[in-house]
Ligand binder design. Structure first.
Ligand SMILES: [Zn+2]
Length: 355
C-alpha cells in the first residue's frame, strides 16, 4: 500500500509499504477515507523528530520511519475475533490516544495522561496518511450516515476543542474568549457556541484567519489591537467584569496574558495551545483575580459518541474549518508546505485518500 512516512525533518516520503495483516484480538483494520494535517504533524515536519520515536517506543515498539496522521475517517475492512462494537463496512473516525491496559489513568478513561501512552499516527505502527491502518477497537468511533467522512476526519481536533470547553466550564449563557484562531481555536469557538455561550469573542492577529472566522455565525472577532477586544468585553459582559472563561489556543505568552486580563475574577482559563518558549505572564494578576488556570492535553476517548451526536445535530458544523483538500500524492507540496508557509490563512487541510 502507499503511505506517507516521516524519515526526518523536511523529509516525508510517499512509499510503498506492507499493508496491515490479519487483525488479532481487538484490532481493527481500516481503509482510510480522509485524514487531516495537524499542527503536531507540522511541528514534526519542520523540527522533528519531537515525539516521533527514534528508538522503539516503550509501549508500542514503533519507531521512525512512521506513517503520520491521527485525524482520520475510514471504513472497517476486517476485525479481530474479539471485536464486538464495529463490523466490516462500518464507517468510523478515530480518537488516537492508545489506552495502556491496567494503567492508573487508562482505568479512568483518561489514558492520554499515562506516562508512556502511544498515539496512532505518531508513536504507533499505523497512521491515517496511508491507504490502510490497524488500530485497537476502542479507538474507533462509529459514524452514522448523517455525519460525513470529512466531518469524521475533524473528530479528533473537535475532541480537543470540546475537552477545552468542558475544562473551562462553558455553559449556556457563558461569555467566552478564544485566543488564537487556528483549527483548534476555530473549533473551540464553534464548540462554545454549540454549548450555548451567549458571547464568543475571538482574538486572532492573522487577518486572513480572522476573515474566515468572521464568516462563521455568532462570533465577535478581533485582532487589530487588544484594546479593541478589551473595550468590547467591558461593554458586553455583565457589569463589565470580563468573560467567564477563556480558551487559550495560541500557546504564546501575550495571548495568555490577554486571557488573564480579559477573564473575570474567579473565572477560568483553559490552556490548550502548546508553548514553544516558556511564557512570561502576570501571575500576580492571576492570583489576585482568583483565576483558575487549567492545562489541557489531548482528549479523552470516551468523548467520541457525544461528539458524533453533536455534529449530527447540526449544532457543531466542524466541516467549516476545512480550507483545503489534497490527494496523498500532493500532500507534502500542497498540504504540509502550504500550511508551514508564514502568514498562511489555512485552518485545516484534509488529505482525500480516494483522490
Ligand atoms: Zn492533532
Amino acid at each position: 500500500m502507499k503511505a506517507l512516512r516521516f524519515h526526518k525533518a523536511r523529509d516525508l516520503r510517499l512509499e510503498e509499504v506492507p499493508a496491515p495483516e490479519k487483525p488479532v484480538g481487538q484490532q481493527v483494520v481500516l481503509k482510510i477515507s480522509h485524514c487531516g494535517i495537524c499542527g503536531t504533524d507540522l511541528h514534526e515536519y519542520v523540527a522533528g523528530p519531537i515525539i516521533l520515536p527514534v528508538e522503539p517506543h516503550p509501549e508500542t515498539g514503533a519507531k521512525i520511519p512512521i506513517i503520520l496522521g491521527h485525524e482520520f475517517s475510514a471504513v472497517v475492512t476486517t476485525v479481530g475475533p474479539d471485536v464486538t462494537t464495529v463490523r466490516p463496512g462500518d464507517r468510523v473516525a478515530i480518537l488516537p490516544h492508545l489506552m495502556k491496559a491496567g494503567d492508573y489513568y487508562a482505568r479512568r478513561n483518561i489514558g492520554q495522561f499515562s506516562a508512556a501512552t502511544g498515539l496512532v499516527g505518531l508513536t504507533w505502527h499505523w497512521g491515517g496518511m496511508g491507504e490502510y491502518a490497524m488500530v485497537p477497537e476502542q479507538n474507533t468511533v462509529k459514524l452514522p450516515d448523517s455525519v460525513s467522512d470529512e466531518q469524521g476526519a475533524c473528530l479528533e481536533p473537535s475532541a480537543v476543542a470540546v475537552n477545552a470547553i468542558d475544562n473551562a466550564g462553558v455553559i449556556a449563557g457563558s461569555t467566552v474568549l478564544i485566543t488564537g484562531a487556528g483549527p483548534i481555536g476555530a473549533l473551540s469557538a464553534l464548540a462554545a457556541r454549540a454549548a450555548g455561550a451567549a458571547k464568543v469573542f475571538v482574538y486572532e492577529p492573522n487577518a486572513g484567519r480572522r476573515a474566515r472566522l468572521q464568516a462563521f455565525e455568532g462570533l465577535s472577532v478581533f485582532g487589530d489591537s487588544p484594546e479593541d477586544l478589551l473595550a468590547a468585553i467591558a461593554a458586553e459582559t455583565d457589569s463589565g467584569v470580563g468573560v467567564d472563561a477563556s480558551i487559550e489556543c495560541a500557546g504564546h505568552h501575550a495571548a495568555l496574558d490577554l486571557c488573564i486580563t480579559a477573564t473575570k475574577r474567579t473565572g477560568t482559563i483553559a490552556q490548550v495551545g502548546l508553548f514553544v518558549e516558556r511564557p512570561q505572564v502576570d501571575m500576580f494578576k492571576l492570583c489576585e483575580k482568583g483565576i483558575r488556570l487549567i492545562g489541557c492535553w489531548g482528549n479523552d476517548i470516551t468523548l467520541g459518541n457525544r461528539l458524533v451526536a453533536l455534529i449530527a445535530s447540526g449544532k457543531f458544523p466542524v466541516e467549516q474549518i476545512i480550507t483545503g483538500r489534497v490527494s496523498l500524492a500532493d500532500a507534502v507540496g500542497k498540504g504540509f508546505d502550504a500550511l508551514t508557509q508564514r502568514g498562511n490563512d489555512h485552518l485545516k487541510i484534509l488529505i482525500n485518500m480516494g483522490a
